[in-house]
Design a protein around this ligand. Structure first.
Ligand SMILES: C[S@@+](CC[C@H](N)C(=O)[O-])C[C@H]1O[C@@H](n2cnc3c(N)ncnc32)[C@H](O)[C@@H]1O
Length: 275
């Protein structure tokens, strides 16, 4: 990682931490504030990247955050962010939980996967959810956010090629377009846009449900954030059916273990009230 990439990474993670109106996180942060009380909780930020959201959880609630990522470069930036802002209730770790499994005493009330699930190949994602389910404390929840594959920005390269829904272009055409506009990104395994694009698993709600069900998890809440939610009166409506599903920019899903009794925990109650 060059010094310039390191500094860009720090600026990016700092913005994710401090700016509640950052376009790609505005909806996520509002939903998390509305739905979760992390005070006194143990939180796992899985795939924490450069740590902006981990530090945001740690500074907005009185909670203990454990944040891990497989990428050494991301964790280096996250550590710097923690030191710079003197945040003591977050621990960052470079870790692959499929090699170094969660231990018996590593149990979490909330596990966040923010923009992570769409980057991991299905067989691996399946194994990860199996591990994460085992890492849930009693009444624990897993919150997954991702841009679904039909989203205008799902390719993660729209900002470079300037074409929404470009994932539907012929493969060769898109590859050439990305190569023409390619740029380095911080990352050990994926270090440019072309690699990042090819690392995507084309995630949809249906595919994710299949994966989590095999991991003994069940959904208790879903929110599809659609561009049409900006229209008056449609703010909280789930508009995720054809053809409007092409306008869904972000999916949010809350999961709990199938072993948990239904109806006895606050998140279920909130979900059933449509909150
Ligand atoms: C798009 S970034 C999101 C980072 C962060 N959650 C955020 O919201 O800024 C996806 C992250 O998932 C991480 N990741 C991918 N596969 C992983 C794995 N098997 N275990 C842990 N982290 C992983 C990547 O290294 C990357 O940092």
């Amino acid at each position: 990682m060059t010094q310039e990439q390191f500094e860009d990474g720090v600026a990016y993670s700092e913005d994710n931490f401090q700016n509640d109106n950052a376009p790609h996180l505005k909806v996520d942060k509002a939903l998390i504030r509305e739905r979760f009380d992390l005070n006194g909780k143990k939180v796992l930020d899985f795939g924490c990247g450069m740590g902006g959201m981990s530090v945001w959880y740690a500074t907005n609630w009185d909670c203990q955050v454990y944040a891990l990522d497989i990428d050494r470069h991301h964790i280096k930036i996250a550590e710097h962010l923690k030191e710079k802002h003197k945040v003591n209730n977050v621990v960052f770790s470079q870790r692959n939980i499929l090699v170094d499994h969660l231990k018996e005493d590593e149990k979490f009330d909330y596990i966040f996967l923010n923009d992570v699930a769409e980057h991991i190949a299905y067989p691996i994602l399946q194994e990860i959810f199996i591990q994460l389910e085992k890492g849930l404390a009693k009444n624990g929840k897993i919150f997954v956010t991702y841009p679904p594959w039909k989203s205008p920005y799902a390719s993660h390269v729209t900002h470079a090629v300037k074409i929404p829904w470009c994932q539907y272009l012929p493969a060769k055409t898109l590859d050439n377009l990305i190569k023409k506009n390619n740029m380095p990104i911080v990352g050990e395994e994926e270090s440019d846009l072309l690699q990042a694009y090819h690392g995507l698993n084309h995630l949809t709600h249906k595919k994710l449900i299949k994966v989590v069900e095999k991991a003994n998890l069940k959904p208790v809440f879903r929110k599809s954030h659609c561009i049409l939610n900006r229209l008056p009166g449609l703010g909280n409506t789930n508009i995720n059916f054809f053809p409007f599903d092409f306008l869904v920019t972000k999916e949010f899903m809350l999961l709990e273990s199938k072993n948990q009794s239904v109806g006895t925990n606050p998140a279920n109650a909130m979900a059933s009230q449509g909150k």
